[in-house]
Design a protein around this ligand. Sequence first.
Ligand code: DOR
Ligand code: ZN
Length: 441
Amino acid sequence: MILKGGRVLDPATKTDGVMDVLISGDKIKETAPELCNRFPDEELIDCTGLWILPGLVDMHTHLREPGYEYKETIKTGTQAAAAGGFTTIACMANTLPVNDTAAVTRYIREKAEREGVVEVLPIGAATRGLKGEQLAEIGFMKEAGIVALSDDGFPIRDAEILRLTLEYASCFHLPVIDHCEDLTVSKGGAVHECAMGTRMGLRGIPCISESVVVARDIQVAQWLQTPIHIAHVSCRSSIELIRWAKGQGIPVTCEVTPHHLALTVDDLYQSAYDTRFKVNPPLREAQDLKALILALREGIIDCIATDHAPHDTQSKMVEFEYAANGISGLETALPIALEVGREAGISPSTILSRMTVEPARILGVERGRLAPGMVANLAVFDPLESWTVDPQRLFSKGKNTPFAGKSLIGRVKMTVFQGETVFIDRNNPWEKMPFCGEEPF
Ligand code: DOR
Ligand code: ZN
């Protein structure tokens, strides 16, 4: 198959130009202009006016299987990933049972092999049952195929447990991802701590709930000279600490979500406390958003991760304080990230590097590059198509998006995984090509 005449944009190889991409079997064979003249027998896909991108990498997804299949399954979650242009996703351990044993890791791997349409890399729990007390079966889980450790949903509570986790993780060459939240500060909180939340009678989650743990993590990483990755950074105070740490050469990396780049607590008020805006960490203030965008531009924030957190309707259709935290994010991440970039003067190539090669680098996997010899994982993207987010049309079972009704510019038209087409948009420019995959729920 030849993807013909698209703008090939690959930050890892610093490629940005109109050319053809030849895919042979499950590999990228060659990228060069006018390949179709040399390979006249190949199936041609006209990508004129479209971008050809390395398949996106999400290092922070919640797939909910096993245990919460009513929120998402490996099948629907990977279909959502493909529709969003992602070909590799790392899934968090807060399933039921928790992914804290090799048996659960193997279950996820095998299920993903059978039912998933893109690559699923399981993340193992750092501690048993995410309880922060005893380390999980790290070695056995590594053998079974985990790529990182995280208690996400919860912080690694004690500094001593964090120290042990980092020591064990470094023996097994596993990155550690910490959800930074001091539960003694945030306990019971539902919104960012600010005057409006207090007036509404909602308990607040101040920024220090996050940044005190970021500070601790940096200290432990410095002490051990072992890397730590900070999940979903949300506030300026955390950014200041991470900027300092990077300046000192401390091995810390971090991620930001598209929703923390695009929304603030003001959007939550304007929505009249719509629970689709409820997420942990909470949406912060304009000054935080500004600091996040600046940090993204400077590379202080290494990558964009979706924190795709699908929930069933019942979990969200309750009083704000009882509603589940989380946003369904895989299918809107790329156009939102590009829009944030457009408004802030951050180039598409920089945004793409934060969604491809950078998360791959942190996870230590050979993904997120579009080069000959690499596995053929690609996304074809129309940078100009505008569309309106309709939750009912999402592949994810999680319809919980605060971007419902929002008009976005740019849409994934086709996703190729290991040389196979796993997603084609129903409004595809290749008239004869049928819509790929099942009808969305
Ligand atoms: O909003 C969130 N949802 N934050 C988390 O840390 C966990 C996640 C979930 O699992 O739903
Ligand atoms: Zn998460």
